[in-house]
Ligand binder design. Structure first.
Ligand code: XIL
Length: 468
């Protein structure tokens, strides 16, 4: 349909007004460096952002470790607290919390636009307040006492970081190291296996928006333990427990990779409808000592593990356990310390990226779509929706009534092609408000295609870190 000239003129005025509004908005983008895909000069963090997933590292607060500021924001767009949020680290005695170090890490991550994984609320084999066991044993009703202490702890910590920590490893290592039995810890002995569901419920109550994960170690990702873990996730979901994701630790230290069962195991978990994330990745160099080029073989192993996850839409990313070969926990932990240096990470002792860094980045790049291509797709979807009559404007007949919005989307695409991310964020923010129906007049854009387009645009803005 051809619009009449007066409507065209009104649409042009509207387009100008919209562009002027876009220019007046404050900048919010954290992405500010020009880099081009394929991965030629994008860092791992930039590549991960374009893929819409996370490349993370477990780190200590920047005051404790020089590697934290080296790693973030340049190479990683996600941060896990390697130690700072463990129960016994936050509270040496039950109820007496010192959040200062964990707060410093959260502040640092936020300032640098990194997503934060909280690790970990309940871990039977991890550090606990020194008086916890004594208090529980001395109580008239040990189960009631422990339940109270446990739920207080979760409420306190998750509440403290509500809205800031995006996802929590609520329960870590609920199963025995090698078998399909539950880990025989204080929580299991006192409360039975229900402590797992209760912990998730308490975390959900303290921050309903947080993504809640069950985190576990696997010797080889097959056999009885893996099957029990899948069954446990299924049982928890069937019971309505607020469980949103599984953290697969991926410490490759008991058997050499590749693990034939790994891709199928991850796919089986994804099929249950939960997010899947490799949360503690490290690969000992010792497995590849006989190879012609051990670092290249290690890189292949890293790529295989990362690729198995990123192949799944449910995969939200990977996290390496540490940053450089100089700060790996394995070199100070028995029995791995015996064969130190284990050299299991993406950077070497002198902070140089290893072949594994480039291999992992390539896997992310194969999933990444350049921002400008995403914007072009959005524009094409927009045009197709207008053509099909599934997008319209209550005020003016389409397409004239939608010209203003189209002009804004097209400008966003152009800006992204020039890697002008800040300006693109502002323009796309305006487009988002128009599509969301928050603009004045509110009925500017209507039709069944509107919510899906709004979602795609919001996702693009999220990847650009426009609100970071
Ligand atoms: C480790 C830390 O990296 C060390 O610094 C600390 O001394 C012990 O804990 N699985 C986990 C992590 O879930 O919390 C552990 O972290 C490594 C194994």
């Amino acid at each position: 349909m051809k619009a009449c000239p007066s409507l065209d003129a009104r649409a042009r005025v509207l387009a100008l007004a919209v562009v002027a509004l876009a220019a007046a908005l404050p900048a919010g983008a954290v992405v500010d460096r020009d880099c081009a895909l394929p991965e030629a000069d994008c860092t791992l963090a930039e590549t991960a952002a374009r893929a819409g997933v996370f490349a993370g590292a477990a780190v200590d607060p920047p005051e404790r470790s020089p590697y934290t500021a080296f790693a973030v924001p340049e190479h990683f767009n996600s941060v896990t607290a390697e130690n700072a949020m463990k129960w016994g680290v936050l509270a040496q005695r039950v109820g007496s919390y010192d959040f200062s170090e964990a707060d410093a890490l959260v502040d640092f991550a936020e300032e640098n636009g990194a997503r934060i994984r909280g690790h970990t609320l309940v871990w039977g084999r991890g550090p606990l307040p020194s008086d916890l066991g004594v208090l529980v044993d001395a109580a008239a009703d040990p189960a009631a006492r422990l339940r109270q202490i446990l739920t207080d702890h979760i409420a306190r910590v998750v509440g403290h970081y509500a809205g800031r920590v995006e996802s929590w490893d609520v329960v870590n290592e609920p199963l025995d190291v090698f078998t399909d039995r539950f880990d025989q810890n204080l929580f299991l002995r006192t409360l039975g296996p229900d402590y797992i569901a209760e912990s998730f419920r308490a975390a959900h109550a303290a921050d309903p928006a947080a993504r809640l994960f069950l985190n576990e170690f696997f010797p080889d990702f097959g056999g009885a333990k893996a099957a029990r873990f899948v069954a446990l996730v299924r049982e928890l979901l069937a019971a309505g427990v607020p469980l949103h994701g599984v953290g697969i630790q991926t410490h490759a230290f008991l058997r050499p990779p590749p693990y034939p069962a790994f891709p199928g195991f991850l796919a089986e978990l994804a099929a249950l409808g939960v997010d899947v994330e490799l949360t503690e990745l490290d690969v000992l160099i010792v497995w590849f000592q006989a190879a012609d080029d051990p670092e290249a073989a290690q890189a292949d192993a890293f790529a295989g593990l990362t690729g198995a996850c990123l192949a799944l839409p449910a995969c939200t990313g990977i996290t390496t356990w540490g940053v450089t070969d100089a700060d790996t926990w394995l070199d100070t932990t028995a029995p791995f310390a015996i064969v130190a240096p284990n050299r299991p990470l993406l950077f070497d002792e002198s902070l140089a990226p290893k072949p594994a860094y480039f291999a992992v980045r390539e896997v992310f790049a194969s999933r990444a779509v350049p921002f400008s291509v995403q914007a072009a797709r959005l524009l094409a979807d927009f045009d197709a929706a207008v053509e099909a009559g599934s997008l319209g404007s209550a005020r003016f007949p389409a397409p004239a009534g939608l010209q203003g919005l189209r002009a804004v989307l097209a400008e966003g695409e152009q800006l992204l092609a020039k890697a002008r991310y800040g300006a693109a964020c502002r323009v796309l923010g305006t487009a988002g408000r128009l599509l969301d129906g928050e603009a004045r007049p509110p009925d500017l854009v209507s039709g069944p295609a509107r919510p899906e387009l709004a979602r795609s645009l919001a996702e693009l803005r999220r990847q650009l870190d426009c609100d970071g």
